[in-house]
Ligand binder design. Sequence first.
Ligand code: SIN
Length: 306
Amino acid sequence: MIVILGTGGTIAGTAKTASDGVGYTAAQLRVEDLLAAVPALAGHKLEAQQVAQLDSKDMDFATWQRLAVAVQQQLDRPEVSGVVITHGTDTLEETAYFLHRVLAPAKPVVLTAAMRPATALAPDGPQNLFDAVQVAGTPGARGVVVAFAGRVHDAVQVRKTHSYRVDTFESVDGAVVARVEEGSVRTVGRWPAGEALGLAHIAAPTDRWPRVEIVMNHAGANGAVVRALRASGIDGLVAAGTGNGTLSVALDTALREAEAGGVRVVRSTRCDAGPVMDLPGLLPSAGALSPVKARIELILALLAEA
Ligand code: SIN
């Protein structure tokens, strides 16, 4: 049995006309409707549950918390071999990383999505959903992965890399996990593994979760944003630096002041891929995590200290 959890996104989006690929409204169709649009799934043992219905640009802590609990509940059922989550593409990599760190499941948890709404002339959602179910049912598959446009990415590597193209996701700094070809899953990399933080780690009411923001280095970065954020009350900051996480002198000064004032600061990079080296004397590095994933990591670290 595979359980499909719906959260919204373009995969569940509708437009007034089939030729409209951008002026649509996300999160309109229920997950049962998405399954009904894939007759090839008719013979599969599936269950569906709507956990949320949102455009993933509006993803929030409360939905993450609810989703993590819902996924764990399904994974705990012996008859469930895997879970598929339908999601928007915009913050899919964040949800994937969050679930990976919190649950690190031994069974597959497969996120999928679409770049074109369900009403498009050639929607990509039905194929992606079909592929995701195949991945969730693959013996040996495990961990949080993203099945999209014929490729399976792990939660740590995956990033949305294009605003419009239907093959928008990439494993930016490593190999893909698998390929899905005509419904058959060919493993070419490693299925993700890790140590789960567990649901107790994220059990605090979400209005008490730490506030962590992202600031970017750029020409003329003067640190004013950091000072404004400190004044507004902040627990952590991720600096999306240039290149190897480098920061203008003024931004570096403002971040060090914030750190000295009790704000946790890590350095990531605004580059599309690659790690930030930890060098003596510099603010701590976020390793190979993108700024949005470094933010999740910092939130989880601060939750442990709360
Ligand atoms: C969303 O992220 O919910 C909207 C955009 C998309 O799914 O591609």
